[in-house]
Design a protein around this ligand. Structure first.
Ligand code: NAD
Ligand code: WQD
Length: 344
């Protein structure tokens, strides 16, 4: 009998890739998504990839009764992966209350519903943003949590505390917090990938849209940082490697292998790559020349961060080993597919 997993935000970028890996590993997946930042057609694409159509319920995680009804409609849900959130840092500064409501109340609803429906565990999408600019690199899970640079980052910090406090209160649940670094790339089939609404805020979708001629030029936000080539450094992780980490984490919960009721893992490659290095890697991986210019720094950017993923490597037996070139090729193949299908 397949174990039932609820994936909130499952038609989104990381969620859709995770649904594919969950299905490939024998889980039965129910997707809940309000389609505020994704399309229902993603369900068709997932089915094309795996041959299995996940159940899909268009429900808002803020709708307690609606979520309660989902758990009743699909009895026996054993685990949740909670991707659903608003995630644009800049927008969160303009609309803090939207972010606090969406990102906090959606989690609170799930945590309240879990004991009622005997759901054993939850995996939460956290972010390296909780570290701010670390004092020491690579950054480990023991690094201090710094004052968030944005309401978005603050919601991730508060979410982690809400989970810890709920478990500490004796709630019959356990949790794994996965702190993602910078997910990029697309599924090798180019059937799913990142599809940002409007002008992309993140580097790689803006880069591939520039390479496709949708954007005129990529701006490199600053080359006067204290890094080898002056541009910011990040830990760019292939989204499929990230998705696979969720399957291993869910197995850990289902097989009752957790050593603590709340565990935290850095999900990164452990390799720092600068903006300029990424641009050159894209050009050599795809043969496509990129039109870019150096401009001023972007407010709120931290200079450099990359993960120490050894805890996840050793404890989960998981490693992100896809090269940056292969990852960027997948991002480009996805952008080409979007053009072929007239989507972008
Ligand atoms: P995404 O926007 O592609 O996916 C989020 C999905 O959640 C979307 O499909 C959206 O429609 C849905 N959603 C939002 N609010 C909802 C609600 N109230 N009810 C139901 N569905 C709702 O984003 P993503 O990049 O896949 O990120 C997934 C998670 O990972 C988010 O929690 C994000 O904060 C976190 N994260 C993302 C990154 C990144 O760089 N992409 C990095 C670290 C953490
Ligand atoms: C990466 C680098 C930019 C665009 C953000 C959120 C984080 C997480 C991931 C949700 C930076 C530079 C970018 C461009 C550029 N999201 N850049 N030109 O800022 O590391 O992280 O997304 O959880 O919380 O903060 O990612 O892709 O925006 O930027 O030079 O047009 O690329 O300055 O150094 P970031 P990013």
């Amino acid at each position: 009998m397949k174990k039932r997993i609820l994936v909130t935000g499952g038609t989104g970028y990381i969620g859709s890739h995770t649904v594919v890996e969950l299905q490939n590993n024998g889980y039965e997946v129910i997707i809940v998504d309000n389609l505020s930042n994704s399309r229902a057609e993603v369900v068709d694409s997932i089915e094309k990839i795996t041959g299995i159509r996940p159940a899909f319920e268009k429900v808002d995680c803020l709708d307690y009764a609606g979520m309660d009804a989902v758990f009743s409609k699909y009895p026996g849900i054993k685990g949740i992966i909670h991707f659903a959130a608003s995630k644009a840092v800049g927008e969160s500064v303009q609309k803090p209350l939207l972010y606090y409501r969406n990102n906090l109340v959606s989690l609170i609803n799930l945590l309240e519903l879990m004991p009622k429906h005997e759901v054993e565990g939850i995996i939460f999408s956290s972010s390296c943003t909780v570290y701010g600019q670390p004092d020491k690199l690579p950054v480990t899970e023991q690094a201090p949590i710094k004052k968030a640079e944005s309401p978005y980052g603050n919601t991730k910090q508060i979410n982690e505390e809400i989970i810890r406090d709920t478990v500490a209160s004796g709630a019959p649940i356990q949790a794994i917090l996965l702190r993602y670094f910078n997910p990029i790339g697309a599924h090798p089939t180019a059937l799913i990938g990142e599809l940002p609404n409007g002008v992309p805020q993140n580097l790689v979708p803006y880069l591939t849209q520039t390479a496709m001629g949708i954007r005129e030029k990529l701006s490199v936000f600053g080359d006067d940082y204290n890094t080898p080539d002056g541009s910011c450094i990040r830990d760019y992780i292939y989204v499929v490697d990230l998705a696979k980490a969720h399957v291993i984490a869910m197995n850990r919960i289902m097989d009752k292998k957790q050593k603590e009721k709340v565990e935290v893992f850095n999900i990164g490659t452990g390799r720092g790559v600068s903006v300029l290095e990424l641009i050159h890697a894209f050009e050599s991986a795809t043969g496509v020349k990129l039109n870019y210019q150096i401009t001023g720094r972007r407010a709120g950017d931290i200079e450099q961060v990359w993960a120490d993923p050894s805890f996840a490597n050793n404890e989960l037996g998981w490693k992100a080993d896809t090269t940056i070139e292969e990852t960027l090729r997948s991002a480009w193949n996805w952008q080409v597919k979007l053009r072929e299908e007239g989507i972008q």
